[in-house]
Design a protein around this ligand. Structure first.
Ligand code: NAG
Ligand code: NAG
Ligand code: NAG
Ligand code: NAG
Ligand code: NAG
Ligand code: NAG
Ligand code: NAG
Ligand code: NAG
Ligand code: NAG
Ligand code: NAG
Ligand code: NAG
Length: 677
């Protein structure tokens, strides 16, 4: 597989080399290119489209590369007028949820060398017009829903090095003239419904070193001189064999499993460099291969070949688990035994022994550190008092349930600083000076046993969230009278309050507002992309963004937060605050990160507008109307050019976040990156 990656990498390097060299002879109409890009993504700066992420221009300024991966820009391919880019050398839009068919006029982009649309939902037959692109060297249409037969005119692409059509629904035979693709190095047609025979010439392609035809319906023989291949996977077909490997054999990966192969295996012994050998579920006859004869073998499976006689010296199936030990599966039982040839074992030991020793040393250091820390900090965990649990983490000194009760005079209303959907928040100033925020849960919820369970589970998760812009959860108290969470106290209260109060609104100037939006973006990007499993907040609103004394923004109130379990469907009841809930939740109730992205967009607009954006949500165009009409009028219009630019950027990003189609919204990582440019 490293081969494929290397090739991809080389192709990309080649692109960048070309990008830096090209001064194409064709006329470059920059204004029409910029116009086409702006029609596609109206939030960019037209005079600087060459600086957009994923857009590459040549020295003379023409667009020659478009490369988008998991990027929201790519969702609207049909609105990108590709014929405006006659000089395009590389076009790759991967994993961007493209739908429909590839527009036919791509066949006119005669300079294209790299074309990739992998991991989208494109449909239709094989796009024959692509074979007009005779300069193509790299073609990747894998992971789409293309069907129909492969076209014999593919051989018109005489410069093709890399052809990746796996995981589609192609059917019919492999065109017999594939052997004419003399430059081909990488061919993957796996996971399709291709039938018929493997063309004789395929194995004689002089440059081919990676051939993957797995999971198709191919029949007949695998013949020819397979020696120069590095990677061969024809598993899960209906192939018979006439294996012939000649010296020198360059295979490192050979998978013939789940076919109808017969004959003897001895010819494989030529391939001394094999690391992976899977022969299971065939009809091979004669003796099993002696696995000790391969120097680098890490995996072998010769099971379910009924006519194969076992040989005593070597197992029929094994998997290298490193450090010279092989786990051997024989007659359903796993045993481990030392299998490596002696010199190899010594070789491994010299590499791994220092690593293991170093690791043990670090472990020892860590254990010492932990012990030291625990005694010094006197972390009070699980103080049981009359059957009540109070757990305060990361706080030195002893605090008990009673201290909080005293500090708030048993949750007297005069200490209440806010009320949210999941409870009321109180300020608790403890005798020794430290102030906390306590969130007391509404009683009716606290009494439900299943709520209690999820509540504790959630605490466990949130205790592990460590981000500068997420309000710290210090601990919690579970008591038979009331349950409450103990949070870091935020001096300036919620963003909503700050924007509602006319004095505070002036104090939170443009710079502070932009920074608050950045803080929230970073916190959400952390929850969505750095936590495993990702955490979705589900209730981002200006009420749940808190400000500290320096007016930095913090995400709070994880009462509704949910771990996104990759195996579950993530259907759930609607939660959140009206006016911030993503529109798709109204009809499909599938919760994912994009719901938070929408709410973030609303909060960002609210922050620059000074109030909930309301109708603006359905008709936002940051360029179409004067910025003054959007911005909070209680603050003077920004005089500083760079601040004005940042505000425009916030507006653009927010506009993308509130797009109706969740697939077209950026991810929080995109947002955080764009905002911190
Ligand atoms: C470039 O394109 C623009 C808009 O598409 C058009 O108005 C202009 O005439 C073109 N210029 C040239 C030199 O072709
Ligand atoms: C685009 O960028 C240029 C140069 O930085 C600037 O002069 C121009 O105002 C920008 N246009 C917009 C709409 O931001
Ligand atoms: C696409 O761009 C080309 C060249 O710039 C132009 O002639 C054509 O009218 C455009 N098509 C659309 C649908 O805008
Ligand atoms: C193929 O290219 C030629 C010119 O090179 C052009 O005339 C023809 O229309 C193209 N065919 C398709 C299907 O794009
Ligand atoms: C492929 O090339 C052959 C001749 O070389 C030509 O007849 C055929 O039209 C070409 N196919 C396409 C799709 O361009
Ligand atoms: C493929 O190669 C054979 C000779 O090996 C030649 O006769 C045939 O025309 C070629 N086909 C194409 C489409 O180039
Ligand atoms: C098989 O290919 C290898 C490498 O290209 C070559 O050295 C060898 O002679 C070939 N064997 C036969 C029988 O063609
Ligand atoms: C096969 O491997 C041998 C020795 O490892 C090397 O000399 C030869 O160039 C390789 N052949 C191909 C076609 O990669
Ligand atoms: C398999 O190959 C051997 C020589 O490598 C040949 O003698 C035999 O006829 C072939 N069998 C079939 C069915 O092609
Ligand atoms: C084993 O091989 C013999 C002949 O070589 C064949 O008749 C028999 O069907 C084979 N058995 C299986 C299970 O493949
Ligand atoms: C080998 O293949 C058999 C049959 O599919 C399977 O049960 C077994 O787990 C495989 N062994 C290894 C080590 O993968």
């Amino acid at each position: 597989m490293w081969h494929a990656r290397l090739l991809r990498c080389l192709m990309m390097m080649m692109l960048f080399f070309m990008l830096s060299q090209t001064t194409t002879a064709n006329d470059v109409n920059k204004s029409s290119e910029a116009k086409a890009l702006l029609a596609w993504w109206p939030y960019g700066n037209a005079s600087h489209h060459c600086n957009w992420q994923g857009i590459y221009c040549s020295k003379v300024g023409g667009v020659i590369g478009i490369k988008l991966y998991s990027h929201y820009l790519g969702c609207q391919l049909e609105s990108l007028n590709l014929s405006s880019f006659p000089n395009l050398v590389s076009l790759s839009i991967d994993r961007c949820s493209l739908e429909g068919s590839i527009p036919e006029y791509i066949g006119l982009l005669s300079s294209l060398t790299i074309l990739s649309f992998s991991g989208n939902q494109l449909t239709g037959g094989f796009p024959v017009f692509l074979t007009n692109l005779t300069r193509l060297e790299y073609l990747d249409l894998s992971g789409n829903s293309f069907g129909g037969e492969l076209s014999a005119s593919l051989t018109n692409l005489t410069r093709l090095k890399y052809l990746y059509l796996a995981s589609n629904s192609f059917s019919g035979p492999i065109p017999s003239n594939f052997g004419n693709l003399s430059q081909l190095e990488f061919l993957n047609l796996g996971q399709n419904s291709i039938s018929g025979r493997i063309p004789l010439h395929i194995a004689t392609l002089v440059s081919l070193n990676h051939l993957d035809l797995t999971h198709n319906s191919l029949v007949g023989l695998v013949h020819g001189n397979l020696s120069r291949l590095d990677y061969l996977d024809v598993s899960s077909n209906q192939l018979s064999s006439n294996l012939s490997f000649q010296y020198p054999c360059n295979l490192t990966h050979l998978d013939l499993s789940m076919n109808h192969m017969t004959g003897a295996l001895t010819t494989i012994l030529v391939c001394k460099d094999l690391e992976y050998l899977d022969l299971h579920s065939n009809n091979f006859v004669g003796e099993q291969l002696d696995t000790l004869k391969f120097t680098y073998l890490k995996f072998v499976n010769q099971s379910l070949n009924n006519n194969l006689t076992a040989i005593a010296s070597s197992p029929s199936s094994m998997q290298d688990i490193g450090i010279g030990l092989l786990c051997i599966a024989l007659s359903g039982q796993s045993t481990c035994k030392n299998h490596m040839p002696r010199n190899k074992l010594v070789h491994h030991l010299t590499i791994f022994l220092p690593i293991i020793l170093g690791f043990c040393f670090l472990l020892l250091l860590y254990a010492c550190y932990k012990k030291h820390n625990a005694t010094e900090k006197k972390i009070q965990l699980e103080t049981e008092k009359h059957g009540n649990v109070c757990s305060i983490l990361n706080y030195d000194g002893t605090i008990a349930y009673e201290d909080f009760i005293t500090a708030t005079e048993d949750f007297d209303l005069k200490y209440c600083i806010g009320t949210g959907g999941y409870g009321s928040v109180y300020e608790a100033k403890l005798p020794h000076g430290k102030t906390f925020a306590l969130k007391k849960l509404h009683r009716f919820e606290a009494n439900q046993p299943e709520f209690d369970h999820s509540f504790k589970n959630e605490i466990q998760v949130l205790t592990n969230l460590r981000h500068k812009n997420i309000v710290k959860l210090y601990g919690f108290c579970l008591h038979n009278k009331c349950n409450f969470l103990v949070y870091e106290f935020m001096e300036r209260g919620s963003l909503f309050c700050a924007l509602s109060s006319s004095e505070l609104a002036v104090e939170v100037d443009w710079m502070k507002r932009v920074n608050i939006i950045k803080d929230v973006a970073h916190a959400l990007a952390y929850m969505h992309h750095d936590c495993s499993p990702p955490i979705v907040h589900r209730d981002i609103s200006s009420n749940n963004i808190l400000l500290n004394s320096e007016m930095e923004g913090f995400v709070a109130d994880f009462g509704a937060a949910r771990l996104i379990d990759p195996d579950s469907s993530n259907h759930t009841a609607i939660v959140g605050t009206l006016g911030y809930i993503a529109p798709e939740l109204a009809y499909n109730m599938i919760v994912n990160e994009k719901c938070d992205v929408y709410s973030f967009g609303v909060v960002a607009l609210e922050t620059i507008r000074g109030k909930h954006p309301g109708d603006l949500l359905t008709s936002l165009n940051c360029r179409g109307i004067a910025l003054e009409d959007i911005l909070d009028k209680r603050l003077p219009y920004p005089t500083n050019r760079s601040i004005e630019k940042e505000i425009i950027r916030v507006c653009d990003v927010a506009a993308a976040c509130i797009l109706t189609d969740p697939k077209c919204r950026p991810t929080m990582r995109n947002v955080a990156q764009i905002l911190s440019c």
